[in-house]
Ligand binder design. Structure first.
Ligand SMILES: Cc1ncc(COP(=O)(O)O)c(C=O)c1O
Length: 367
């Protein structure tokens, strides 16, 4: 291997889009309209057309998408929201930011998503919503979770930060809940060149409330209905996303081809490959996360062979220092185990076949 393998590489994708994107950015700079303009409106429309939601409301980040959704539902102090402890910190952080308490259900050790069977026991009169994450690009048990929400008349917020393009029963993630929350962080499947986020909803009332909340609580100058946020998407990011959403299916195809290649070429009893549910679902492989018992040893081995890796996520969220105020006593067995064994290897559309073969060979030789 002569070219250094990276855990992700954003430069190649930029190269393929640079002609169009550079032209669009220059046009925006010359126009003087930088925030919430034509590009943002067009992106919101195209996003809804792609996903199949009635409305899309853009904002500043995936974290803000979650916070705004929780606020739109009036979730706050004294309320509880059930979520997964095996996710990026922002999921639970958003719940805490609105003043509510994140309640953690255990995960499924195969899919790493929230374990549907572990949720119901945590539902009580304080429970206002369930917030599952479609982790690493694979849908959670969203249809069953939706039924549970209906049964208890609680809301459903989908964290789709890692699942743009993923499907369950032929429907895109982000169309099942009251809200679908997306992140455009650069390494996401649909990423921009900075921070950005999107919320999908089918409710006209909620869409209007979200548009106010993202803009200091109001749409008319000097009229503020809510204590809101400055969480608007800018025109440059919207233009980049518009260029990228046009090629997203081919990028997704490449991620799936890489996953297939790993799946057929990595054969080592010490390594468990990602589990893909067999139902009518579509995985978009934001991460390719494998399991290994002795991770410390494996990490050293990968490093010695110049293979980069990521550990998503090494600490259950209920053990994070920032969550101390909630005084959690939980010890969720699957979460504890998976946080110790998970390790993600490179996957991004531009990863070369040569690199995939090299990574697979090195992993196959691990003893
Ligand atoms: C599952 C999940 N939720 C929320 C977020 C937050 O998104 P952002 O970084 O755009 O705020 C991320 C981002 O990494 C994420 O992976």
């Amino acid at each position: 291997m002569n070219k250094r393998i990276k855990i992700f590489d954003l430069t190649e994708q930029y190269k393929s889009l640079s002609k169009k994107v550079n032209k669009d950015i220059l046009k925006i700079l010359k126009s003087g309209q930088y925030i919430l303009g034509d590009n943002v409106n067009k992106l919101e429309e195209e996003f809804s057309n792609f996903i199949g939601s009635k409305y899309s409301v853009s904002c500043n980040s995936g974290t803000d998408a979650l916070v705004l959704s929780l606020r739109a539902l009036d979730i706050g102090h004294g309320d509880e929201v059930i979520t997964t402890p095996f996710t990026y910190f922002a999921t639970a952080e958003a719940i805490a930011l609105v003043g509510a308490k994140p309640i953690f259900a255990d995960i499924d050790p195969k899919t790493f998503n929230i374990n549907y069977n572990d949720i119901e026991k945590y539902i009580n009169r304080r429970t206002k919503a369930i917030l599952p994450v479609h982790l690493f690009g694979q849908s959670a048990e969203i249809i069953k979770i939706k039924k549970l929400c209906k049964k208890y008349r609680i809301s459903l917020i989908e964290d789709c930060a890692q699942s743009f393009g993923a499907k369950k029963n032929s429907k895109y993630t982000g169309t099942f809940g009251d809200f679908g929350c997306f992140s455009f962080f650069p390494t996401k499947n649909l990423g921009c060149a900075g921070d950005g986020g999107m919320i999908t909803t089918n409710s006209n009332v909620k869409m209007k409330k979200l548009k106010k909340l993202r803009n200091h609580g109001g749409l008319i100058r000097n009229v503020h209905e809510y204590i809101g946020y400055n969480s608007r998407l800018d025109e440059i990011q919207a233009a980049i996303l518009l260029a990228k959403i046009k090629i997203i299916n081919s990028l997704d195809k490449k991620r799936n081809e890489i996953a297939k290649l790993y799946q057929s070429s990595i054969k080592n009893q010490l390594i468990a490959l990602p589990y893909k549910t067999e139902d009518n679902s579509h995985h978009v492989y934001n991460q390719y996360t494998i399991k290994v018992k002795n991770r410390k040893k494996f990490v050293k081995y990968l490093s010695a062979n110049s293979i980069p890796y990521g550990i998503y996520y090494p600490i259950p969220i209920y053990k994070q220092k920032a969550m101390k105020m909630f005084n959690y006593k939980c010890h969720l067995n699957n979460t504890e185990k998976i946080t110790k064994e998970c390790i993600s290897i490179p996957i991004y559309p531009e990863l070369s076949k040569e690199s995939i073969k090299y990574i697979s060979k090195v992993i196959n030789n691990y003893k």
